[in-house]
Design a protein around this ligand. Sequence first.
Ligand SMILES: [Cu+2]
Length: 155
Amino acid sequence: MRCTLLAFAILAATPAFAQTPPIEVTTPWARATAPNARAGGLFFTLTDRSTPDRLLSASTPVAATAEIHRTVNENGVMKMLPIDGIDLNPGQPVEFKPGGLHIMLMDLKKQLKPGDTFPVTLTFAKAPPLTATVTVGAAGASGPAMHHMHTTPKP
Ligand SMILES: [Cu+2]
């Protein structure tokens, strides 16, 4: 209870309190892609400041589809599996990062170059949709290559 009260006091002291969304997206970034790459990875941290919720989907104008993926280690082989959502609980930030949870951008409509920005919209079971600005990081930015498991049909 003390934590809750303290958090509330801090939030209440912030002028933007009224606009504080129930779920916060921090440091959204995407990996730069090669000119002909069809897929890319998008990462961020989700912090639930309200009641238990669930991330249901993501969408962005730079890709035809965006899937929620998790990475599993199957006998030493890293595989990515699409999941239909991820539970969010207050006080338990969920980190999307290379080699773990990520948003898989499929059928990219443009090359993602370092420094580029683009919007991503996240939808939740309860909270209203949230749009965040993604910044493209360096090509090799942190973590293993994660696109080799995907085969997307060539046009
Ligand atoms: Cu993936």
